[in-house]
Design a binder for this molecule. Sequence first.
Ligand code: GDG
Length: 459
Amino acid sequence: MSRLIVASNRTANPGEERAGGLAVALGDALAERGGVWFGWSGEIVPRETRGIRLAVEGNIDFALADLTAAEHQGYYLDFANRALWPVFHYRVDLAVFDDAAFDTYAAVNRRFGRLLLQLLRPADVVWVHDYHFLLLGDALRDNGWRGRIGFFLHIPFPPAEIFAALPHHQRLARGMAAFDLLGFQTERDVGNFTRYMVEEHGAERLDDGRIKVFDHLIRAQAFPIGIDPDEVASMAESEEARTASNQLGRMIESRSLVIGVDRMDYSKGLPQRLQAFGRLLDEDERLCGRVNLLQIAPPSRETVEAYRDLREELDRLTGRVNGDHSDLYWTPIRYIARSYSREVLAGLFRLARVGLVTPLHDGMNLVAKEYIAAQDPQDPGVLILSEFAGAAERMQAAILVNPHDVDGMADAIRRALEMSREERTERWTSLMQEVRDHDVVAWRQNFLSALEGMGRDET
Ligand code: GDG
């Protein structure tokens, strides 16, 4: 079996226990076949000392390249996080376009391509991850790499006219066509990408499903990412999970718990969610004192303005709902801007009668799957899921909502709180089957067998 080479902006830390899901899945794939995990070291250093750190863990070689402060600013903060992330999440209004940032992004992809090429052997299979490295395949090809390269996009691919709003979309599209296989989370993303390539670049769809564009033959296909459901289920029954759930359970007494867990990001629909919970209490006095929303939202990317604005908005909205509805003995929203261990989260998911996963757009959303996997099969909770999360494409047994429709979400929460055990169990059984069918092992195996089943077919 040929070696696997994984390139992702951040990698697991060599020698440290992996923090679940994706990191474990990629680590296992690398350990099984031997290979290299390549990415940014996490270090920002002066140009003179910029280098590549090598570490060995079993049969995995880690190769971690440093960034200078200017590279980190242009490639990572300005282009990846201020331009690509908002546009790919349909938020052109929040994007900041800057030629210098794009040039730095392209230069880091070129430099990383050269570094990676030095580590490659002819039979290796290369698997590049996510929006940080849209031009890495192109950089490898420019330096003479002829072997297979796969790419997986963890975030959504937006409709053609939104992607085309990026001033550098043509250059990015050419770069993406250097990959042999492009994996997306959903059929919707595949459709968006294909339509963009057809309309903007005259791509031709071939009968065997491949796309001919810029003189390359590429394949675009959906590979929905998943979790390890058994791991999450056993975390939900761990000592740490039970302690957290018992303590919180004592505090909320017989009230129903509604939970949300999200990185603090404007794509996650947090303000609309808080508003919906407020609307529910405005409209239904009977629920006051009988239900709690626990929102855990660890802050991320705090140097980007849009994230600071979000933080302020969430603080304000929570204050308003709590100010309007609290009494001496009950506060409706417990909003916590910090992170917890995966075990504690799993315990809280199991305790919560309702899981609220309402992003405005999301590649997949693993929290939706973790909430389902953590439930007690005898008395499961209800998942409320945004129709714009990638997860919704296959998790149709959830209560699906439009995350912009505050009234609709308030109704959905009421419906979930009132749902019979029979209906909860029926929905959960179907959702759990889906979480099992598309777990993280199936995801990586399906991707790699599709990639390896392709010849390198440049025309
Ligand atoms: C990107 C795409 C796609 C959250 N809070 C804590 C914590 N988490 C964990 C969750 C979950 C993970 O972080 C978040 O994954 P998501 O999928 O929800 O979202 P992104 O971080 O935006 O991930 C997304 C994913 O890539 C995979 O392809 O699904 O669409 O945007 O596992 O549980 N973990 C810990 N403490 C916390 O407080 N330990």
